[in-house]
Design a protein around this ligand. Structure first.
Ligand SMILES: [Zn+2]
Length: 164
């Protein structure tokens, strides 16, 4: 009989229920969930509007105030996603990109969905608009962007709605 160690392994599942706090960013997620507002943060010194919002300006290191930005914006850079996590696999292929929302000075990384996803739909400079889930949980997945010319089609679907 060999004395060589051999591990005996059993495949099993660990299920963990947990919660985490959005901390100082909580207001962004609460306003998104309750009122479909997209909040940025405006530096109290230089006036730069950060999106996603920051508690303090990363340039001046002073506090920033909450400020609402528009639901429309311009794609700065994008890509088509073919490999993703289980949460998004049903959406493949979809796009993701950095979108500079009107009224913001920095760009937000967010999903871009299209009924006809071709590179020309999501290229730099294309205009997009936010579509919201009807059932919102206060998460980034509560909204996504669509090309402006597809907006009315997307918000007519039963699970989605437009912002005001
Ligand atoms: Zn600043």
């Amino acid at each position: 009989m060999s004395n060589e160690f051999q591990a005996h392994e059993i495949r099993d599942i660990i299920k963990i229920n947990y919660k985490y706090s959005m901390g100082g960013q909580s207001k962004f997620f609460l306003e998104l969930m309750k009122n479909k507002k997209i909040l940025g943060a405006k530096c109290t010194k230089c006036g730069k509007i950060w999106m996603p919002p920051r508690i303090n300006c990363s340039d001046c290191f002073v506090p920033a105030d909450w400020v609402e930005v528009k639901h429309t914006g311009t794609i700065e850079v994008s890509t088509i996603v073919w490999f993703t996590t289980s949460a998004f696999i049903k959406n493949i292929p979809y796009a993701t990109g950095y979108i500079k929302l009107d009224g913001a000075d920095t760009a937000l990384l967010q999903g871009i969905f299209s009924e006809n996803l071709v590179p020309s739909k999501i290229k730099k400079g294309k205009r997009v608009r936010a579509v919201f889930q009807k059932e919102r949980e206060g998460k980034m997945t509560d909204f996504f962007f669509v090309p402006e010319d597809e907006y009315s089609n997307w918000i007519s679907k039963p699970e989605f709605e437009g912002g005001d």
